[in-house]
Design a binder for this molecule. Sequence first.
Ligand SMILES: [Zn+2]
Length: 297
Amino acid sequence: MKKLLALLLIVLLALPLGGCGAETEEITVVATFYPVYILAKNVLDGVSGVSLTSMTPPSTGCLHDYQLLTGDMRTLSTARALIINGAGMEDSFLPVIKSRFAGLTLVDCAQGVPLLSADEHADEDHGEYNAHIWLDPHNAMQMVENIRSAMVELLPGQADRINANAAQYTRRLTDLDAELAAAISALPNKKIVTFHEAFPYFARAYGLDVVAVVTSDPDTPLSSRMLSDVIAAVKEAGNPPLFSEPLYGDTAVRTVARSTGAKVYELDPLVTGDGALTAYEDVMRANLAVLQEALGQ
Ligand SMILES: [Zn+2]
């Protein structure tokens, strides 16, 4: 009898707080990396019955060449849906996920996004398209719409809240876009050199001209030939400002700066941060301030 009571106590303690039988099961939704996580977090804000996690910590950065870790497999094994960026960002590990987790719902945020082809600077193994789609707010809005429709399907009882969240977030992104468009069109200079090929979508949206990128592969040190090619391209473009990125060392960018006299600033491609709901807008506005300083005269 004592044993039975002890067992009962263990069972009761194991129940979640407030749970008394009629508890609906919470589903887990996983986002592959930071920008997708931020968009999904806004769509699912305050939605009950779902827990959202990011497969990779924000210190990971872009997922070019990423290989799945044991912890990722554990995270995915509990997931009902996986939200991916798409456009090739997850190509190095997506086949493994598809074969190991056949029942997982895949939400491809790139659906309906007009894709740019990978730049000629990019290596062949970097896929057909440039994957940094989220840096154009118009694309971010399409990504939000893709997440919204998938989440409504997954959680029909929460449709009202999900739809309201998506509508509210889309309004904020629309305001942000108008602000960026007005401010950047007023800048007298439009040429920029970025650290890696992260900003073509942003540049296309606001009429900036990425005249060179310092590296096609942010995870590999630059060869001296690649470096001299970049230096030549920067000089030819009249030494426009260079933009390093948080997360990646700025040694290569500094080297180009020393050889050209071009000034160095920092643009954030939004692959790392504190996870705030307003992270997307905050980073874009910070980037705008940097661009105004760099291209203002
Ligand atoms: Zn990248």
